[in-house]
Write a protein that binds this ligand. Structure first.
Ligand SMILES: Nc1ncnc2c1ncn2[C@@H]1O[C@H](COP(=O)(O)OP(=O)(O)OP(=O)(O)O)[C@@H](O)[C@H]1O
Ligand SMILES: [Mg+2]
Length: 261
């Protein structure tokens, strides 16, 4: 393995993700649900992608496979030259921990644990000193603008701040890719744009980001729009002029977050 790969950084000699003829069936008693019916697509390093489509079209199923939380029934998934569809559970867990950061709609933070400890969690099984773990977590919280909230508990943070903690947690392993399934689904419109601003900044720094969203306004902040229908790709288009979150925020009313504490 190269020194680059040792540091957990992407080897940029091909697409980050190569998906071909991906099929996922769920067996529900007698009934077989065809959640994905043959998806083929590539994602390059540094892309910012929105996946859209009606409820039940297979978006979360696809994200779970991308995130190595689930395996396809058929087809191949190659992530940075590794054929993920052939790995064991342990190997999948290793890929998940080293290459992938997740952000969920409901934040999924541990409630009795500070922002800092929530962000340190993915590092608990890594060989590093407590000081290094602390420094990495503080730096991830700093990246999302929460350096002054490290000792707050989730219930002492606004929804947007909780989602930023979740983004910091997703970043702390230096993943090649951040996957976010409806990351703004529980947020008001201004906070949603703020979160998209953080994703845009991370993407500018080179992190590949794939989000699922129902909202066309949110997708407008991304560069590529993939629409699913009935477990297939219905359309896959570049967005030539993504909206810039920092510009849009200037036009939006400010909510006083301090007042919410
Ligand atoms: N664990 C499961 N067992 C059986 N069927 C499932 C399972 N998970 C998803 N499905 C089915 O697979 C299809 C795709 O579901 P999926 O959750 O991927 O849709 P989605 O596009 O994310 O929808 P939404 O926008 O509502 O989140 C649906 O018909 C769903 O009912
Ligand atoms: Mg879903």
């Amino acid at each position: 393995m190269s020194a680059l790969a040792d540091r957990g950084e992407p080897q940029r000699n091909g697409p980050l993700i190569q998906i071909s003829h991906l099929v996922k069936n769920y067996q529900l008693g007698e009934v077989e649900v065809h959640a994905l019916r043959g998806i083929s697509l590539d994602v390059q390093h540094g892309e910012f992608v929105a996946i859209m489509g009606a409820s039940g079209s297979g978006k979360s199923t696809f994200m779970n496979i991308l995130g190595c939380l689930d395996i396809p029934t058929k087809g191949t998934y190659i992530l940075e030259d590794i054929d993920v569809s052939k790995l064991t559970r342990d190997e999948l867990a290793h890929i998940r921990n080293s290459k992938i950061g997740f952000v969920f709609q409901g934040f999924n933070l541990l409630s009795r644990t500070s922002a800092l400890e929530n962000v340190e969690l993915p590092l608990l099984y890594c060989a590093m000193t407590n000081t290094e773990r602390y420094n990495r977590a503080v730096s991830a919280l700093d990246k999302v603008g929460l350096a002054d909230r490290v000792h707050h508990f989730p219930n002492q943070l606004s929804g947007g701040q909780q989602q930023r903690v979740a983004i910091a947690r997703a970043l702390v392993n230096n993943p090649s890719i951040v996957l976010a399934d409806e990351p703004t689904g529980n947020l008001d419109s201004r906070t949603s744009v703020e979160v998209m601003g953080i994703f845009q900044e991370l993407n500018r720094q080179g992190i590949t980001i794939i989000i699922v969203t129902h909202e066309p306004d949110i997708a407008q902040f991304t560069r590529r729009h993939i629409v699913f229908r009935d477990g297939k790709v219905r359309s896959d288009k570049l967005n030539p002029v993504p909206r810039v979150a920092s510009e849009v925020l200037k036009e939006m009313p400010v909510i006083d977050e301090e007042a919410e504490e």
